[in-house]
Design a protein around this ligand. Structure first.
Ligand SMILES: C[S@@+](CC[C@H](N)C(=O)[O-])C[C@H]1O[C@@H](n2cnc3c(N)ncnc32)[C@H](O)[C@@H]1O
Length: 250
């Protein structure tokens, strides 16, 4: 029996998959994620995220002095609500309408939290003006795009961050146990049971950020939610240069 797994290991019952696959070689990811988010995931931010987020917030201006933050691929909003609980204003986006609905439901349990959840595909231009954010972060949600889309996304991240603003993200790395499994779509990009992943290595991350400052790339391992096998991860922090200038796109 075909059993899809996403969210890094959790099986999705085949009955949930009706209509998910399209007729191209790259399956629609939105239906897959809607199915995954039909169930509540992660009642609280797991320790790996909290460590990641705390280290990130330490690099930002204090809440009262900061412009809003942006989260990409926020899922059910646990990290955004944690960040809002620390006093920041957060805009958090996700492809999945089911995720955004759950996030809004979770928001109700946090009165006063300054968080806005929006459905948005990260592959599309961000619905914000330039230099709107002091920080952008993303946990396991920037490794779903082909190379040209990924590069366009990083141009967008540069655009919406203020000069000197800080980007932090965590993606699946080429050391992940799922690397190389399934159909290869592009170098380091595979589709496994309908789930597309683009695994990063240090060189790729550094190339994406070659016109950024203070780039720090750390390889690690971590468990996502209740996954049994540890994921291979790349955690990256970079700063948009303070001096104005366009980011290289070639
Ligand atoms: C592994 S989950 C991580 C969710 C959350 N950041 C967390 O750590 O719990 C990946 C998230 O990325 C979202 N996602 C996948 N493709 C996306 C896209 N093209 N645009 C925006 N979000 C996307 C999924 O809906 C899912 O919520």
């Amino acid at each position: 029996m075909l059993m899809l797994a996403c969210g890094d290991g959790t099986p999705i019952p085949p009955g949930l998959l009706t209509g998910i696959m399209d007729m191209t070689s790259v399956p629609s990811q939105r239906g897959l994620w809607d199915a995954w988010h039909a169930h509540a995931r992660g009642a609280d931010a797991e320790p790996v995220h909290r460590e990641f987020i705390d280290r990130y917030l330490f690099l930002l201006p204090r809440p009262g002095e900061a412009r809003p933050l942006l989260e990409l691929g926020c899922g059910q909003g646990h990290d955004a609500l944690y960040v809002a609980g620390r006093g920041y204003s957060v805009n958090a986006l996700d492809l999945s309408a089911a995720a955004v609905e759950r996030a809004n439901r979770n928001l109700e349990a946090h009165p006063g939290a300054d968080a806005v959840f929006l459905q948005h595909d990260t592959a599309m231009p961000l619905p914000f003006g330039g230099e709107a954010f002091d920080g952008v972060y993303s946990y396991l949600a920037l490794h779903y795009f082909d190379d040209s889309t990924t590069r366009a996304i990083f141009v967008e991240l540069h655009r919406v961050l203020r000069p000197g603003g800080t980007l932090a993200f965590c993606v699946k790395s080429v050391s992940d146990p799922l690397y190389g499994k399934g159909d290869m779509l592009e170098p380091d990009m595979y589709s496994l049971n309908g789930h597309v992943r683009h695994f990063f290595d240090r060189r790729y991350a550094a190339d994406l950020l070659r016109s950024w400052d203070a780039v720090r790339i750390t390889e690690s391992q971590g468990h996502y939610l209740d996954s049994a096998a540890p994921s291979g991860l790349l955690q990256v922090i970079a700063r948009r240069p303070s001096s104005a200038g366009a980011v290289a796109t070639d």
